[in-house]
Design a protein around this ligand. Structure first.
Ligand code: PLP
Length: 461
């Protein structure tokens, strides 16, 4: 079994909703009853209050007061996203799980909060200069959307690997997009070089006190909806979200525990907090948190609060994306799956606690989502490839398909192997891709074939 699959029981009927004709259905969090929101939900289309924050001294970190001020400033410009208990995830994980659906924001991520807070703090002269930002995608969309609404010119520098969906949606908000560099760090260097004197103002995606304060409002809302949360968990790229949440949550509840989560492929903040040098990075499905190094401001906040950053594997992220789709019927991107992946991977740490997870964004490329679903089907035995030895005679194949059909497995693909095999000439190997219910159904198919005289094996590799 894959290491990342060890924590979820795929035979549990509650985690097999995608299987055709799957057993008992279960209620997503949305149906478990929403706690009353302390303020009415805002809609992204509503007008932003014409509030101006005062000037912020450079190099000074944000405070709890700044997060509260940000909440007042942005409340009519961003959605008050749902915060709901998940009955099924709680049962499956042995932890009381609460989800904050930031993927419900208009641009589908929490990034609007910090971007709007920063934009609303600009003076009239600064607004005329316009803004520029490096972004792996979500800050870009949040900034572009609110800049357009406020009539501020906006340029974004994105790494070349940024998913098309993020690039196109940013352009749709009238922003200029420059694709530059292989990584976020290269895009950042380019954005800084363009943000010259009298040029556009840089609004950094995480190392900006107003952005950090804006992101912290996520934690205020979570604790307003569920004041008894014991642990908050958020994904970490540059650390803006977690730093803001630390300020907000510790301001309200000094005893609360917060964990950040990074993928082992990009463990920058984790390593910085442990005084370790940068590590070579690896490909990840969580491009939203593929940041090599934390910001100075964010690291200072996280260090002072002694925040821990947990690491998860890429497979954990894939599994968490799929679990949220199946159980909650909600689409999250890889980065946003990190908190759930952490609860799955580090179960003992969360066992029996009341844990709030931030589903930070939903901007996943549909092709990637498709691949994640397909790979998840393979891992859980719902899509399987088997190899069967068949006598190379007329009618033999139809006998094999009949045996398979009698087990109620559905044949998706068939491939004959005559040339690339070590078997005697009169024998051929046939690969079947089958849709099955689970691993026990796969075992049943193989047994039926062997009993009927056809050597057969699972062949997923
Ligand atoms: C979906 C998502 N989650 C989490 C993060 C991490 O945010 P931060 O860079 O503030 O740590 C990002 C950053 O872009 C993101 O897009």
């Amino acid at each position: 079994m894959c290491s990342h699959a060890r924590n979820i029981d795929h035979h549990d009927p509650r985690v097999t909703a995608l299987a055709p004709g799957a057993g008992p259905t279960f209620r997503p969090a949305a149906a478990t009853g929403r706690p009353p929101a302390p303020t009415p939900p805002g809609t992204a289309a509503r007008r932003v209050a014409n509030f101006r924050a005062g000037p912020y001294p450079s190099g000074v970190g944000p405070s709890f007061e700044d997060v509260k001020a940000a909440a007042a400033v942005i409340q009519s410009g961003v959605a008050y996203s749902p915060c709901l208990a998940s009955q099924t995830l709680s049962e499956v994980l042995g932890t009381s799980v609460v989800l904050k659906f930031e993927n419900h924001q208009f641009t589908a991520s929490f990034k609007e909060r910090g971007a709007l807070n920063a934009l609303l703090a600009l003076s009239a002269g600064e607004r005329r200069r316009g803004v520029i930002a490096p972004s792996a995608g979500n800050h870009a969309q949040g900034l572009a959307y609110h800049a357009e609404r406020l009539g501020i010119a906006c340029t974004l520098v994105m790494p070349r690997f940024t998913p098309n969906v993020k690039v196109m949606q940013t352009q749709a908000f009238g922003a200029k997009v420059i694709l530059q560099g292989e990584t976020f760090d290269e895009a950042e260097a380019h954005a800084r070089s363009l943000a010259r004197e009298n040029g556009p103002l840089l609004i950094h995606p995480y190392d900006d006190p107003r952005v950090i304060a804006g992101q912290g409002t996520v934690a205020l809302e979570m604790l307003a909806a569920f004041p008894d949360l014991e642990v908050l968990v958020a994904p970490v790229g540059g650390g803006g979200l977690l730093a803001g949440m630390v300020l907000a949550a510790r301001g309200l509840r000094p005893d609360i525990t917060l964990y950040g989560v990074q993928t082992r492929s990009y463990p920058g903040v984790h390593r910085a907090l442990h005084g370790l040098p940068d590590e070579v990075t690896a490909p990840t499905i969580a491009e939203g948190i593929a940041v090599k190094r934390p910001g100075d401001l964010t690291l200072a906040v996280l260090k002072k609060a002694q925040t821990e950053v947990l690491l998860v594997e890429e497979g954990d992220l894939e599994e968490a994306v799929l679990l949220l789709l199946e159980v909650e019927k909600t689409v999250v991107e890889g980065a946003a799956a990190a908190p759930l992946a952490a609860v799955m991977h580090h179960r003992a740490l969360f066992s029996g606690k009341k844990v709030g997870l931030v589903l930070s964004g939903g901007n996943i490329d549909p092709m990637l989502l498709g691949a994640v679903i397909e790979r998840g089907m393979v891992r859980s035995g719902r899509l399987v490839r088997i190899r069967v030895e068949v006598r190379d005679l007329p009618g033999a194949l139809s006998e094999v398909t009949e045996v398979i059909g009698n087990t109620n497995a559905n044949i998706q693909e068939v491939q004959h192997q005559r040339a690339f095999t070590d078997l005697p000439l009169q024998t051929t190997e046939v690969d079947f891709v089958l849709r099955t219910r689970d691993q026990s159904h796969v075992a049943e198919v193989l047994q039926a074939l062997r009993t009927a005289g056809y050597p057969a094996d699972q062949h997923n590799g």
